[in-house]
Write a protein that binds this ligand. Structure first.
Ligand code: GLU
Length: 254
């Protein structure tokens, strides 16, 4: 394991419409790991940050784009100030699906990412929401983080979510649902459930995470899903231990 992608969702960063203290913990962890690994961060939260300044109705595409344009620099400032404390330099990378839909464009993007990583700069990646229109949307940052992991040659995707793990059933409606430690196959029927994000600014839910896991599994890349409140579990998984979360592992391992 050398190159890691972390994905942080809006529901992990924000609590009751305000940035939560978890961002400090995440920045500390990533700065520590940046000494031994190459780290990329796919972060949501631009639309949520924009809303704190300008509460527009985000159901309209142009409003959502405007919220992202307002919020993206606010989000970056929050990260930049915190990473500064650890002398870690960060870079903003905004992508649209079109940037990864041809070999040539992907190659250009990868070369730039490699320069950042060689220089120990952490790319903070988001979808370029303010110019993304329906047909070029990645859809959500769960998919985007899976594409980033694959196209930029990372060894693992670590999703820090408000979901603890993948369960045998919906834990919100079935108290007997049990977390599953390892998943080697994504069943098609799992992907047919409705998307059900826990935060009104989040777009994901378990289904988009399973889709991301499937995309990576088919390409022999592992994905680990854990709660962003429990960062110890990240250190454990990197040390090949697992007490929490779900590890989506290709059958043969990588
Ligand atoms: N790109 C969106 C944002 O920064 C989030 C998309 C997602 O939550 O998956 O707010």
């Amino acid at each position: 394991m050398n190159r890691l992608v972390f994905k942080v969702g809006t529901a992990t960063l924000y609590e009751n419409g305000k940035l939560s203290g978890r961002i400090d913990e995440i920045v500390k962890l990533l700065s520590e790991l940046n000494k031994d690994y190459e780290i990329m961060l796919v972060s949501s939260g631009a639309v949520g940050a924009g809303y704190t300044k300008c509460p527009l109705d985000k159901s309209k595409l142009e409003n959502k784009q405007a919220l992202a344009a307002i919020g993206q620099p606010l989000l970056m400032r929050e990260y930049k100030e915190r990473f500064n404390k650890y002398n870690t330099t960060v870079a903003q990378v905004l992508l649209t699906a079109a940037d990864l839909d041809s070999r040539k464009r992907t190659e250009y993007a990868k070369k730039m990412i490699n320069v950042l990583l060689e220089n120990k700069v952490i790319p903070i990646i988001n979808e370029n929401d303010s110019v993304s229109v329906e047909e070029i949307l990645f859809g959500d940052n769960d998919q985007l983080s899976a594409y980033v992991t694959y196209y930029f040659d990372a060894d693992m995707l670590i999703m820090l979510s408000d979901i603890d793990a993948f369960y045998t059933d919906n834990p919100k409606t079935n108290q007997n649902a049990k977390p599953i430690k390892t998943v080697n196959e994504i069943k098609d029927e799992w992907l047919k459930q409705e998307c059900d994000p826990n935060d009104k600014f989040a777009t994901g839910g378990i289904v988009t995470k399973l889709k991301a896991a499937k995309f990576l599994m088919e390409r022999d890349i592992p994905m680990y899903l854990t709660n962003g409140k429990n960062l110890e579990s990240v250190k454990e998984i990197l040390a090949n231990k697992q007490t929490n979360g779900t590890l989506f592992l290709p059958k043969e391992g990588k």
